[in-house]
Design a binder for this molecule. Structure first.
Ligand code: NAD
Length: 336
């Protein structure tokens, strides 16, 4: 495709607006030109700010010939209907994570895409585009450090108002579930979740922190700490312990200040600051691949496998047992 992509976005909430801003004011090769949202008044105010055409119905926007590609940033429960509408219209569609809240809904999307005989769907697992995780993957794949044996990870937020005990696995650690499977190239076979002592800052009945344990096909053991009231900042850690070395996710490059007999390096405040570069790279690569006619980012099958593992981890948390994860063979359509 020679000319710019015209993108229609469904969902002009918090992250939808950051994607419009990023695509229309920073990135090249595409513009968001249309939007739809269940909250029509708010959608109109967003459209006015960015000069977009408003559609009262998301499906009508997706079907319009003037729209070349679609972004879905509605609440999770409504992703499926819009992604299926985009597949039906034969258009590339970027869907924020999770692809759908239930694994079977993700499966239906994968089946619709296979029936359409073209990979049209990309899921918003943006950590795969973070330069630090990409460095870790290159180091693992170099083979120089031997096989990964253990991964120690942490996902900390300063606070998370309204969070309940069931949310850390499927709302935040879903990112680790996806990025670690991509990093080490293996599926998971089991999940467990344990509760350390709860912080005094946890609201209501929230159990915080939580630790999720995952085991992979070859026996790699992974621990992911989720601590959503850590108070000090937004902090993401990942150490891959290999047979001949330990590989660490780089910290964001913030200037160190020496003052008052101490050294201080700022820590990010939230995910949008920590992963700003990942989002930029993710969308620029998606735009480029839509224009080239071949999308190859995180697929609907990745979205499905992520939800299968997340549901197992949720069950493990609720039953306080170890739950087996059964992964179906990857359909030929999704083999790269
Ligand atoms: N990649 C990430 O790390 C990341 C970060 C934040 C959010 N997300 C995902 O992005 C999505 C949106 O999150 P958010 O924080 O912007 O939420 P939000 O509540 O701010 O926005 C959601 C928008 O969807 C609209 N909406 C709800 N039902 C709709 C329907 N049936 N049709 C059309 N519009 C509808 C709402 O009116 C609202 O404007 C969620 O799926 C969330 O999980 C991903």
């Amino acid at each position: 495709m020679e000319k710019n992509l015209n993108i229609g976005i469904v969902g002009t909430g918090a992250i939808g607006r950051t994607h419009i801003e990023r695509i229309n004011r920073k990135l090249q090769g595409a513009k968001v030109t249309a939007c739809a949202d269940a909250n029509l008044d708010f959608c109109r105010s967003v459209a006015e700010k960015y000069g977009l055409k408003v559609y009262e119905n998301g499906e009508d926007m997706i079907a319009d010939d003037k729209i070349n590609a679609v972004i879905v940033t509605t609440l999770d429960a409504f992703h499926e209907e819009y992604v299926l509408a985009a597949i039906k219209a034969g258009k590339f569609v970027f869907c924020e994570k999770p692809l759908a809240p239930e694994a079977q809904a993700c499966r239906r999307i994968a089946e619709a895409e296979i029936a359409a005989r073209r990979q049209l769907v990309q899921v918003g697992f943006m950590r795969r585009y973070d330069p630090g995780y990409r460095q870790l993957k290159a180091l693992i794949e170099s083979g120089e450090y031997g096989s990964p044996l253990m991964l120690h990870c942490a996902h900390r937020n300063p606070d998370a108002p309204g969070f309940t005990t069931d949310m850390p696995v499927e709302n935040s650690m879903i990112h680790e579930i996806d990025v670690l499977r991509w990093l080490i190239g293996e599926n998971y076979i089991s999940a467990e979740v344990v509760f350390p002592k709860t912080t005094k800052y946890a609201q209501g009945a929230l159990k915080d922190p939580q630790i999720m344990y995952l085991t992979t096909e070859s026996g790699i053991r992974i621990d992911v700490e989720s601590f959503v009231n850590c108070r000090y900042g937004y902090d993401i850690k990942c150490e891959v312990v290999c047979e001949e070395g330990s590989l660490n996710l780089p910290e964001p490059a913030n200037a160190m200040v020496r003052s008052k007999a101490s050294r201080m390096t700022p820590i990010c405040r939230d995910w949008s600051e920590r992963f700003i570069e990942a989002y930029n790279v993710e969308f620029q690569e998606w735009i480029n691949s839509c224009r080239a006619g071949v999308v190859n980012g995180p697929s609907a099958w990745d979205g499905y496998l992520g939800q299968v593992a997340a549901k197992a981890a949720s069950k493990a948390r609720d039953t306080q047992t170890r739950i087996a994860i059964k992964t179906e063979p990857t359909p030929d359509f999704y083999k790269k």
